[in-house]
Design a protein around this ligand. Structure first.
Ligand code: CP
Ligand code: NVA
Length: 301
């Protein structure tokens, strides 16, 4: 594994290896055991979109590993003034040991990897959010013990989160169902991948049907970063695609609820369900730190 560009590139073994290392690093942090695997290394973090979790967890994580993180806002980089990503990649490869990038187009992340010669980590694009889903899988395994026989269901937009959850969930052996409006389905590439898994994958426009018997319910905002202008249109399209008590009633007893955050309460999830599952949701947010540290160690140590 040279980069983390999207989960489609990773084998099941590579995903499980990252999760195992993440568990170990979490244990070490909680028990005050130093783990300076990246002593003297630097990570550039390029942000073309806002972030709370990704920025702070990468920055702290790099520090905990003995390395040095550099926050690089695209407003300040020459990228923001049109310098091509191919040139930026070749320059930054000569200064840094790794780059994390959050941007719009998946092709930008793929280009950085192609033209640079240091590991590239995708910190979210419009296509996918692999770091988030590694933390999600870590959290599911932590709460449920294993992935065997679990059904995960995603309610809402067939967006970057849905894409990575479908790929990650199926690769580790869960059944995955998704409920989304017809006009907001995941892209063809993801549906073709999922089709290989036969009836372990289900797509419907009925949230009730998708949630039936689910062990993990997941949702995300109706309007992602960059889609703010469509917020009103999306509110109409997604009405009913909400995790609420009625939906929880058809899921398995003991079902867990996850959300990548930030959440819009009373839109994609009710405040009540959110607060009843806050322990899972905030453990999930914490696990971003541990999962990403594992990714950095795998790629940069
Ligand atoms: N879930 C997530 O990636 O959060 P941020 O946008 O705050 O980084
Ligand atoms: N789908 C959301 C995820 C945020 C972590 C977005 O892209 O804004």
């Amino acid at each position: 594994m040279k980069h983390l560009l999207k989960l489609l590139d990773l084998s099941t073994e590579e995903i499980i290896d990252i999760l195992n290392l993440a568990d170990q690093l979490k244990y070490e942090l909680k028990h005050g055991i130093p783990h300076p695997h990246l002593k003297g290394k630097t990570l550039g973090m390029i942000f073309q979109k806002a972030s709370t979790r990704t920025r702070v967890s990468f920055e702290t994580g790099m520090y905990q590993l003995g390395g040095y993180p550099l926050f690089l806002s695209s407003n300040d980089l020459q990228i923001g003034r049109g310098e091509p990503v191919q040139d930026t990649a070749r320059v930054l490869s000569r200064y840094l040991d790794g780059i994390m990038i959050r941007t719009f187009e998946q092709s930008e992340v793929e280009n950085l990897a192609e033209f640079g010669n240091i590991p590239i980590i995708n910190g979210l694009t419009d296509f996918c959010h692999p770091c988030q889903v590694l933390a999600d899988l870590m959290t599911i395994r932590e709460f449920k013990g294993s992935f065997d026989g679990l059904k995960m269901c995603f309610i809402g937009d067939g967006n970057n989160m849905a894409n990575s959850l479908i790929v990650g969930g199926l690769k580790v052996g869960m059944s995955v169902s998704i409920a989304c409006p017809d006009d907001y389905q995941p892209p063809k590439e993801i549906l073709e991948f999922a089709a290989q898994y036969g009836d372990k994958f289900q797509m419907t426009n009925s949230p009730m049907e998708a949630a039936k018997g689910a062990d993990v319910l997941y949702t995300d905002v109706w309007a992602s970063m960059g889609q703010e202008g469509e917020a009103e249109k999306r509110k109409k399209a997604f009405a009913g695609y909400q995790i609420n008590d009625e939906l929880m009633a058809v899921a398995n007893n003991e079902a867990m609820v996850l959300h990548c955050l930030p959440a819009h309460r009373e839109e994609e999830i009710t405040n009540k369900v959110f607060e009843e599952h806050a322990n899972e949701i905030f453990e999930e947010a914490e696990n971003r730190l541990h999962a990403q540290k594992a990714v950095m160690v795998k790629l940069m140590a």
